[in-house]
Design a protein around this ligand. Structure first.
Ligand code: COA
Length: 254
C-alpha cells in the first residue's frame, strides 16, 4: 500500500480508481439551511431515525453524516443521492443495494466529536474509525476489558504520558478492523492484536482464531491533529490511499 496522509483539497472532477482507497474528512457542524437540504436526500427510514434523536445537535450530526455519505456515493456512482438504497448486515454494517453496474463500491464511516470520516473503495472491503480522545476515561480499566493479552502487556509498558495515545491507537485500530469485517462485537476483541506504541507503525499483528486473516488486511493510522485518533483497515495490500478534505463550498449536487 502507498499512503499519502495529507488532507488535500479535492479536485472538481474526482473519480475512484480501482487501486485507490479514498478517505474523506468533514466537519459535522453545518448551517441549518444546509442540514435541511441534506435531510431531503435521506430515505424515509433515515428521516425516522433522525426524528428519534433527543438532542437537536445529535439529530443534525446524523443528518449531515448520512447526507454527505449520500452526496459522495451519488457522485462516485453518478446517481442522485436520494435514489441510493442501503441494506444492513446482521450487525448493522450498511452497504449499497440496487446498483447493478457498480456492485463493487464499498464504504464505511465513523463519527466522533465534530468530525465524520468516510472510506470508499472498489472491489475491497473497508473499515474506518475516528475517536475524540476523551480524557475522563479510566484507560487502565478499559484496557483490561477490551484489549487482548498482548495489547494489555504493551499498554502496561507505556510511560504515563504515552498512555492516552497508546490507548486510542489500539482502540481505533481494533474498531476499524471489526468494522471492516462488519461483525461488530461478535468478533471477540481479545482474539486479535494490533500495535499501539506511539513510536511504532500501525499494524494488525495477529488474528488468533483465523491465522491467515492478519495477512489479508492492511491497517494504517490516519493523521487527525491533536485530540483525535483514527485508523483505516482495508482488504488486501495493493492499493493507494488518498485523503480528501470536504470543503465547505463543495456542493456535489446537493
Ligand atoms: C457500532 C459499531 C460498528 C461502531 O460504533 P461506534 O464506534 O460507536 O460508531 P462509529 O461512528 O465509528 O461508526 C458508526 C457507523 O458505522 C457503520 N456501522 C454500523 N454497524 C456497523 C458494523 N457492524 N460494521 C461496520 N460498520 C458499521 C454505520 O454507518 C454507523 O453510522 P450510522 O449509524 O450513522 O450510519 C461497533 O463496532 C460497536 O458497537 N462498537 C462498540 C465500541 C467498543 O466497545 N469498541 C471496542 C474497541 S477496542
Amino acid at each position: 500500500m502507498t499512503v499519502d496522509l495529507l488532507w488535500r483539497n479535492v479536485p472538481c472532477d474526482f473519480e475512484l480508481p480501482d487501486n485507490e482507497v479514498q478517505v474523506w474528512r468533514a466537519m459535522l457542524d453545518r448551517p441549518l439551511s444546509r442540514v435541511q437540504i441534506l435531510h431531503q436526500t435521506l430515505s424515509e427510514d433515515e428521516q425516522q431515525r433522525a426524528a428519534r434523536f433527543y438532542f437537536d445537535h445529535d439529530r443534525q450530526h446524523y443528518i449531515v453524516a448520512r447526507g454527505l455519505l449520500r452526496a459522495l456515493l451519488g457522485h462516485y456512482l453518478k446517481v442522485e443521492p436520494a435514489q441510493l438504497r442501503f441494506t444492513y448486515n446482521a450487525y448493522g454494517k450498511p452497504r449499497l443495494v440496487g446498483q447493478p453496474d457498480q456492485p463493487s463500491l464499498s464504504f464505511n464511516l465513523s463519527h466522533s466529536g465534530g468530525f465524520v470520516l468516510y472510506a470508499f473503495a472498489r472491489n475491497r472491503t473497508v473499515g474506518i474509525d475516528v475517536e475524540q480522545m476523551r480524557t475522563n476515561l479510566d484507560y487502565e480499566q478499559m484496557a483490561e476489558h477490551v484489549f487482548s493479552p498482548y495489547e494489555r502487556q504493551e499498554f502496561c509498558r507505556l510511560a504515563a504520558e504515552q498512555k492516552p495515545d497508546g490507548f486510542f491507537n489500539a482502540w481505533t485500530r481494533k474498531e476499524a478492523y471489526i468494522k471492516a469485517r462488519g461483525l461488530g462485537l461478535a468478533l471477540p476483541l481479545d482474539q486479535f492484536d494490533v500495535s499501539l506504541h506511539p513510536d511504532q507503525p500501525a499494524r494488525l499483528l495477529k488474528t488468533h482464531s483465523e491465522p491467515l486473516a492478519a495477512e489479508q488486511w492492511s491497517l494504517c493510522a490516519l493523521t487527525m491533529g491533536s485530540g483525535y485518533k483514527a485508523a483505516l483497515v482495508v482488504e488486501g495490500h495493493a492499493w493507494q490511499l488518498r485523503c480528501w478534505q470536504w470543503p465547505d463550498e463543495l456542493s456535489l449536487g446537493i
